[in-house]
Design a protein around this ligand. Structure first.
Ligand SMILES: Cc1ncc(COP(=O)(O)O)c(C=O)c1O
Length: 396
C-alpha cells in the first residue's frame, strides 16, 4: 500500500491499484530452469540413489579408527588409506597396474587434468591432442595451462590415434568415448601406446564411467599397456556423486612428485574425512555393492529408453548404449538439434544436442545426447514418454 501497488480502503477489500496493473511489464517467458520437469541431460548419475546410510556408517567407522595425525595437513598426495584401497580396487576392477605410491587424490577428473596440464606445460609441452567430440571444459582446462589442443577425428573404432604426430600428450576416453559411446578398438589402443613410447609422450586415460558396462565383458583400462606413459584418471562422480569431488590419478613414476606439488599449490590437498570414508567404503565392499546396484538400475533405465524410442519414434537411431549413463539418439529426418531441444523443452524435458560436444571441424548427423540416470525412478517413464513425443511419436 505504501508503495502504491495496492489500494486499501476501510470497510472494503484491498485491491490492486489501477496504475500497478497498467504498468505491469509484459510477462517474460519463465527461465529455463523453472520449466525443467525432467532432466535428461548427460553427466550426472542418480544422486537420489547415493548410499547415504552406507556412507555415514563408513564415515563413522573411518573417523573412529583414524589417527589424529590424519586430520593435520597432508602431503598433497592423498591419504594412504585411500591410495592403498584404490590401488587394490583399480587393479581388480579396471585392470590398472597401480601401486599406492603412484596415486594422487584430487577433486575429480577435472582437477586431475588441470594439474597434469600444468605440470606438462612447466616441462615445456605445447599441445594436447583431444578427441573431436568431448567436453569443452576439458579443452578449456588445457588452454588455461597454456596448452593448445588439436582434435583427432572419431570414427566407429574411437579416436583416430593414427593421426597423432608431434603432440605432447593426448586425452582419450578409451572405455566409452564421451559422448559417442564406442570403446577404443584394441588395435587403436596398441597404436596409441606405441606412439606414446616412440615419442616419449603421455596418454591421459579418462575412465569416467568404466564401471558401467552392460552388454559385453568389461573393457579394461588401457593403462596396463604402457604404465610408464599412461596417466589413468578416475572419479567417484559417476559411481557415487559428483558433489563429492573425489577423483584420482594413477601416474607414471616420473610424474608423481610434480603432480603432488601442483596439488599442494592448488589447494593444500583434498579433505581427509571424505578420503578416509571412501577408503573404508571400498575396503568393506560397500563400494562394489553400490556399483553393482547402480549398474542394474541404469541398465533397466537404458532398456526402457531404447525400447520406447525404437517402438514409438519412427526413424530414430540409438547408439553408444553398451555402457555408461547416456545414449546418442540420432534424430528422425527433418528434425534439427535445435528443434528437438526446443520441442523437448516445451514438454518440460531438458536434453542436450550432440553439437555441444563437437570440436572445431567435427561434423555429425543431428543427434541428442540423452542421459538416463537423473530423473528419479518414479518420473523416468514419463520423462521417456515426453522425449518420444518431442521427437515425433504419437501420444499413446
Ligand atoms: C568425459 C567425462 N570425463 C570426466 C567426467 C567426470 O569429471 P569429474 O571427475 O571432474 O566430476 C565426466 C562427468 O560427466 C565426463 O563426462
Amino acid at each position: 500500500v505504501a508503495e502504491g501497488w495496492l489500494v486499501a480502503r476501510q470497510g472494503a477489500g484491498t485491491t490492486v491499484a489501477a496504475a500497478a496493473v497498467a504498468n505491469e511489464p509484459a510477462r517474460r517467458a519463465a527461465p529455463d530452469a523453472d520449466r525443467v520437469l525432467f532432466d535428461l541431460r548427460p553427466g550426472v548419475p542418480d544422486v537420489a540413489a547415493f548410499p547415504r546410510a552406507r556412507w555415514l556408517a563408513a564415515a563413522r567407522r573411518a573417523l573412529a579408527d583414524a589417527p589424529a595425525s590424519s586430520l593435520a595437513y597432508g602431503d598433497g598426495q592423498g591419504r594412504p588409506e585411500l591410495r592403498h584401497a584404490l590401488a587394490r580396487y583399480l587393479t581388480r576392477a579396471r585392470g590398472v597396474r597401480a601401486g599406492a605410491d603412484a596415486i594422487v587424490i584430487c577433486t575429480g577428473v577435472a582437477q586431475g587434468l588441470a594439474l597434469l596440464c600444468e605440470v606438462l606445460a612447466r616441462r615445456g609441452a605445447a599441445t594436447l591432442a583431444v578427441e573431436g567430440f568431448g567436453i569443452q571444459a576439458h579443452r578449456e582446462l588445457a588452454a588455461s595451462a597454456g596448452l593448445g589442443s588439436r582434435a583427432l577425428p572419431v570414427d566407429d573404432d574411437g579416436a583416430v590415434v593414427g593421426e597423432l604426430t608431434r603432440e605432447d600428450a593426448v586425452l582419450l576416453t578409451p572405455a566409452h568415448q564421451f559422448p559417442l559411446g564406442m570403446p577404443l578398438a584394441p588395435g587403436r589402443r596398441l597404436e596409441a601406446a606405441a606412439w606414446a613410447r616412440r615419442e616419449d609422450t603421455v596418454i591421459v586415460e579418462d575412465d569416467y564411467d568404466g564401471e558401467f558396462r552392460y552388454d559385453r565383458q568389461p573393457v579394461g583400462a588401457m593403462q596396463a599397456l604402457a604404465p610408464e606413459h599412461v596417466v589413468y584418471a578416475g572419479t567417484a562422480s559417476k559411481t557415487l556423486a559428483p558433489g563429492l569431488r573425489l577423483g584420482w590419478l594413477v601416474l607414471p613414476e616420473g610424474l608423481v612428485a610434480e603432480v603432488t606439488e601442483a596439488k599442494l599449490r592448488a589447494d593444500g590437498g583434498s579433505g581427509a574425512p571424505d578420503q578416509l570414508t571412501l577408503a573404508e567404503l571400498i575396503t568393506s565392499g560397500g563400494y562394489d555393492r553400490q556399483v553393482r546396484r547402480a549398474r542394474l538400475a541404469y541398465r533397466r533405465r537404458r532398456d526402457t529408453l531404447v525400447a520406447a524410442l525404437r517402438r514409438r519414434v519412427p526413424g530414430v537411431e540409438v547408439s553408444g548404449i553398451a555402457a555408461g549413463l547416456h545414449a546418442v539418439v540420432r534424430l528422425p529426418a527433418g528434425l534439427t538439434e535445435d528443434d528437438a531441444v526446443a520441442r523437448a523443452a516445451e514438454l518440460g524435458v531438458a536434453v542436450q544436442e550432440l553439437g555441444r560436444y563437437a570440436g572445431e571441424g567435427a561434423t555429425h548427423a543431428p543427434a541428442l545426447v540423452v542421459g538416463y540416470a537423473t530423473p528419479p525412478g518414479h518420473a523416468f517413464g514419463e520423462a521417456v514418454s515426453r522425449l518420444c513425443l518431442a521427437l515425433g511419436a504419437r501420444a499413446s
